[in-house]
Design a protein around this ligand. Structure first.
Ligand code: F0G
Length: 459
């Protein structure tokens, strides 16, 4: 079986190469930019070979009832749109994708937006959206005969890579910034058997070291500069459209770190539009943490100015990235879809995270920037109450339990971040905090506590 129909096209200079001609660091030999997977002739195909939108929709839905492992994956279920393998039999899957699209009734009411949803990518096997890109790119590594795979990571990529490598029987190497990733993620890399190195640098420093390593040794790079990652990561766009009966939301809001996910989702919606699967594109907005906002700064300075990396600081460690590799791709997505790019403070992130928690869902801090950003866009009047809005939640709440516990204990934020004890922000936080209470081990003590709570005497 030869399912492979793709080429790599440089995003910068447009030059094309075949998949196995890529450099180990996935940079274009001509101009240094990143590649995109391209399927030449895909749309021009005529007759029975032309992808038929109606038939594809039917086929993809049918596969949800199939017992085949490949069909049970929310990535490979859509394999007609990612023919990147010589044989789909080489796919390494953990039944990723097929994640829920939840309505957010309380936040919808508070914001006056009825149709407010969360696409919860934290409900993937390793607890983050990275699984969808890892199944695609790691399958390519396996098919090409690599014995080692590697990534630099703020935690989730490493957890996903280690899991898929273990499934495929490959060795994995993880480079993470020492002390700057959530324990849950580090524990996953260890549990799944990766060689895990904590480097005394930040994420951007880990990327530099790994780029040198893959140039020197036959190790397959699985950071999101690898264009096959984005092919899997575009499939949540298909799932969102499918869940809305092949309508697109008016607005999709995505957290921005290395800026690959926003790029991938934009590609997914663009390809669906080109194939006639959907009638239009959603606006796609990217939200960054205020202390890790190089894209926001870049767009504010004017797209013609050179991109300036920043030294990144945020407690949302997943997006603590100052030199995002995919900024050009993401810039195109935001520009072409008429979206916005803005940043949110540490307090805004913490409050939004607690509000998503109060919906019974929860997410990790980096995911909560989406709700915090939506609140700003709503306040600016650019998002309207009658619109359909989808927040892309990227990671599971248990990834970073320390953050959540610190928030509810009141030790997360400092007075500069809250504006002091009498500020509006402190009042909002107080209304959301649910600290665990120590009580005597008898029913009366517990019932007294409930009564005090009903009377509003405790938080
Ligand atoms: N949300 C979470 C939970 C993440 O882990 C990341 C990135 C992002 C958002 C940002 O996505 O980089 O595509 O813009 N995590 C990285 C990692 C880079 O190593 O796990 P992006």
């Amino acid at each position: 079986m030869n399912d492979n129909l793709h080429q790599l096209r440089c995003f910068g200079c447009g030059s094309r190469i075949s998949g196995n001609e890529a450099q180990p660091d996935f940079r274009c030999a001509q101009c240094g930019d990143l590649f995109e997977v391209d399927y030449p002739g895909w749309l021009e195909r005529k007759g029975p070979d032309r992808p038929n939108a109606g038939a594809l929709k039917w086929l993809w839905r049918e596969r949800r009832c199939s017992d085949e492992a490949l069909d049970g994956s929310g990535v490979w279920r859509f394999r007609e749109l990612l023919p990147i393998l010589d044989s789909f039999g080489n796919a390494v899957t953990l039944q990723e994708g097929n994640t829920p699209l939840y309505h957010l009734p309380r936040n919808a009411k508070a914001l006056g937006i009825d149709q407010l949803y969360a696409k919860h990518q934290g409900m993937n096997p390793s607890g983050s959206f990275k699984d969808t890109g890892m199944t695609s790119a790691l399958s390519v590594a396996k098919e090409r005969g690599f014995k080692w795979v590697a990534c630099a990571s703020t935690g989730n990529t490493s957890a996903a890579m280690a899991a898929y490598a273990a499934r495929a029987g490959l060795n994995s190497l993880v480079l993470i910034p020492d002390g700057k990733i959530a324990w849950g993620k580090l524990s996953q890399a260890m549990d799944y058997g990766a060689v895990t190195c904590q480097l005394k640098t930040d994420f951007d420093g880990c990327v530099s070291v790994l780029t040198e390593i893959v140039r020197q040794a036959p190790i397959y790079l699985l950071n999101s500069v690898n264009p096959y990652r984005l092919e899997g990561q575009k499939t949540p766009a298909l799932e969102i459209a499918e869940a809305l009966d092949w309508n697109v939301p008016d607005h999709l809001i995505v957290p921005g770190g290395n800026l690959a996910n926003s790029s991938a989702l934009g590609k997914g919606f663009r390809e669906m539009h080109e194939l006639g699967l959907v009638g239009r594109m959603p606006r796609i907005s990217v939200i960054q943490a205020e202390g890790a906002n190089p894209m926001v700064r870049h767009l504010a300075a004017g797209a013609d100015t050179p991109f300036k990396p920043v030294e990144a600081h945020t407690r949302a460690t997943a997006i603590r990235i100052g030199n995002p590799a995919s900024w050009r791709k993401a810039e195109r997505v935001v520009h072409d879809t008429g979206g916005w790019c803005l940043d949110v403070t540490e307090a805004e992130i913490a409050i939004a995270k607690a509000e998503i928690g109060a919906e019974g869902l929860g997410c990790e801090p980096a995911s909560a920037v989406t709700l915090a950003g939506l609140k700003k866009l709503r306040a600016q009047g650019v998002v309207h109450g009658g619109q359909t809005v989808v927040l892309l939640l990227t990671g599971h709440t248990l990834k970073d339990a320390d953050y959540t516990i610190d928030f509810h204990r009141g030790t997360l934020l400092n007075p500069e971040e809250t504006g002091g004890p009498d500020s509006k922000i402190s009042a909002e936080i107080a209304a959301l905090r649910r600290n665990a209470v120590v009580v005597d081990a008898n029913p009366k003590a517990v019932l007294d506590l409930i009564e005090a709570k009903i009377k509003g005497q405790v938080g």
